[in-house]
Design a protein around this ligand. Structure first.
Ligand SMILES: [Zn+2]
Ligand SMILES: [Zn+2]
Length: 142
């Protein structure tokens, strides 16, 4: 039975199939994630091996430096505009997908929240989650 993490964009043009387990799953409330998601936070699964991810379809990419100083390369579908995955040019092995892109979003089990310092009262954080006001452990997306 396959336990791959599969998913893609809203229109199906971009698909990913990742034969690995995530090394981190986290929400992020930094301003970059807020602007890009259009809501209070982003939700991410981080994989340690870019090579474990099979991609179909051609994403468009753009770069931004996050609140934590990390250069992030966001990939989105040019047809429907959904954000699908991101990479860190300075840490090229990492591969990060958005939780709601998963075919089975229940596979996302958030462990912690980053940048709660910029979180909003209307975007409540789960009480069981570990929180970090800003930048956190390595290998986490935000
Ligand atoms: Zn699409
Ligand atoms: Zn963020």
């Amino acid at each position: 039975m396959s336990e791959n993490y599969t998913g893609g964009c809203a229109c199906g043009t971009i698909r990913f199939d990742i034969a690995a387990k995530p090394v981190a799953m986290n929400d992020c409330q930094c301003r970059d994630c807020q602007r890009r998601s259009g809501t209070g936070h982003g939700s991410y699964l981080t994989f340690a091996s870019r090579a474990a991810a099979k991609l179909t379809g051609e994403a468009k990419e753009w770069d931004v430096t996050g609140d934590g100083g990390t250069l992030k390369r966001h990939a989105f579908c040019p047809a429907c505009g959904s954000p699908v995955y991101l990479t860190f040019p300075q840490m090229p092995d990492l591969f990060i997908v958005h939780a709601a892109s998963l075919d089975d979003p229940a596979m996302y089990k958030p462990q912690f929240v980053l940048f709660t310092a910029s979180g909003h009262p209307w975007d409540a954080v789960g009480p069981a989650l570990q929180t970090f006001e800003r930048m956190p452990p390595r290998a986490a997306a935000g």
